[in-house]
Design a protein. Structure first.
Length: 480
């Protein structure tokens, strides 16, 4: 081909290249738009990374996944070696490389809240890592993954399990610190969520905005959750676990969500409602004092019933959990003096799960079994006497803090155990009689009031006042 004849050919090739480049440019724009809509774009730059990592990331571009895989392998090796602090930096880089991969956020938050926190003995140090794990999912993970139900469940789980349960030695410190934060954000008295939703005054608008920006809490959703499951104690972690579980459940319609994701989020709701019944009443912050909130029994039972209704193929373990909850409710109601309500729930339990409730067993007898740890006629004299003394001591402790209803109920159950044991003696089933009940009460009281008992002197003084017992003289002999 001569130079003259090759010129049109080169022009033709150049024109073809230009057309192809224009076509690619148009198609690339459409592809970028589709990638953005589907959440597939990875454009978050690395910050504070070593120069080699930063350079390699930029140079490889779409090969960032290969870098992330290498970091995952190294992070797994460090985990096997127990080097959790080193994993934090690696995981931070991985989140920069794969911000829309929900597992990395779960992994890093879990490492902080569960693995690193327990390396410290000081509860305040532990709390910093637990809170950082929560903030990582809430403030960063959900920012990039607002529709990933896994992260909503993980966030709810941190509130429910790490803070709400007693698996960690520092759990009371976590609860107290979170309650103090929420009291500052919501106010010491019961929060009027309807006022926060409307926010007609500058103060309310500032408070609502603070909830949205710092804690990512929507007052409207808080009110919806509170209306359905409450009133909830928003200073305690269970309310926030329920909030994030409901937020996850509201993402899409049930037919579009993974069934296992729905199930785990629903499980958070009814389990936290159960925890609210067991210790959902906040009596004081300093010191932290919690007790059962039996006013939430109906709402908690409704959460169980809704769970069962939503799961036609629900595993038997969920029904077992519901049955165990009702048994716990009967016991708590009886011990707290609400025997009519206890009988009502006992009837409901027998109706729903008749195969698990003997026909000849009453709510009263069941509670006696729970209090004594078994059948009374199988317990020895020392064990029964210890149980009765413990019930009497708890009765005096309740009386000292003005919980007169619980005090009277605990004495009632102490007398019930005493009476049942004495009846067995009359039938020839026991050999050693107990001292008269008034004598046992006085013996326990003297131990309770004694200076060497270890009971807070303010509690002792309050009990003396209520019983009309003067303080002993300075030169009086010590109590026997």
């Amino acid at each position: 081909m001569t130079r003259r004849s090759s010129t049109p050919y080169k022009l033709l090739l150049a024109g073809l290249v230009a057309v192809l480049l224009v076509g690619v440019s148009l198609l690339q724009g459409q592809l970028n738009g589709q990638r953005a809509e589907l959440g597939l774009t990875r454009i978050t730059p690395l910050e504070n990374a070593p120069p080699v990592l930063a350079f390699t990331t930029v140079a490889l571009g779409s090969f960032r996944g290969l870098i992330a895989n290498a970091l995952w392998i190294r992070a797994n090796e460090l985990q096997l070696e127990g080097k959790y602090f080193e994993i934090v930096q690696l995981a931070d880089w991985i989140t920069k490389l794969q911000p829309t991969f929900d597992q990395v956020w779960k992994y890093q938050a879990w490492n902080m809240a569960y693995n690193i926190s327990v390396k410290f003995s000081d509860p305040a140090d532990r709390w910093r890592w637990v809170r950082r794990g929560i903030e990582l999912i809430r403030d960063e993970g959900l920012r990039y993954n607002p529709n990933k139900t896994l992260l909503y469940h993980e966030l709810a789980w941190h509130f429910q399990h790490k803070m709400g349960q007693n698996m960690d030695d520092a759990h009371l410190h976590y609860k107290q610190q979170w309650a103090l934060e929420m009291e500052a954000a919501l106010g010491s008295s019961r929060t009027n969520l309807a006022e926060l939703v409307s926010a007609t005054s500058p103060g309310l608008r500032a408070r609502a905005e603070h909830l949205r920006t710092k804690y990512k809490l929507d007052p409207a959703l808080m009110k919806e959750v509170d209306d359905r499951y409450g009133p909830l104690e928003w200073r305690l972690p269970e309310a926030h676990a329920i909030y994030w579980a409901v937020a996850g459940l509201k993402l899409t319609s049930a037919d579009r969500q993974n069934k296992n994701d729905l199930r785990t989020l629903r499980r958070v709701v009814y389990q936290c409602m159960q925890q609210s019944v067991l210790h959902g009443r906040l009596l004081s912050l300093q010191p932290l004092r919690l007790e059962a909130d039996l006013a939430k029994v109906d709402a908690a039972n409704a959460a169980y019933e809704q769970m069962i209704a939503n799961e036609p193929d629900i595993p038997d373990s969920f029904r077992v959990a519901h049955r165990n909850f009702l048994l716990q409710v009967v016991y708590l109601l009886n011990v707290n003096g609400q025997r009519t309500d206890a009988d009502r729930w006992w009837s409901a339990l027998r109706e729903k799960y008749p195969q698990f409730v003997p026909a000849n067993l009453s709510a009263h007898d069941y509670t006696l079994q729970r209090l004594t740890g078994g059948e009374l006629n199988s317990l020895g004299h020392d064990r029964v006497r210890t149980i009765i003394s413990g019930l009497i001591a708890n009765s005096y402790a309740s009386l000292a803090v003005d919980d007169d209803t619980r005090a009277a109920s605990l004495e009632f159950w102490a007398r019930s155990v005493y009476s049942s044991y004495s009846t067995n003696i009359a039938r020839g089933q026991q050999r050693i009689a107990l001292p008269p009940f008034p004598e046992m009460k006085e013996e326990v009281l003297q131990r309770f009031l004694a200076p060497e008992s270890g009971v807070d002197p303010r509690v002792v003084d309050r009990l003396r006042t209520k019983l009309g017992r003067p303080a002993p003289a300075a030169n009086a002999p010590p109590s026997p």
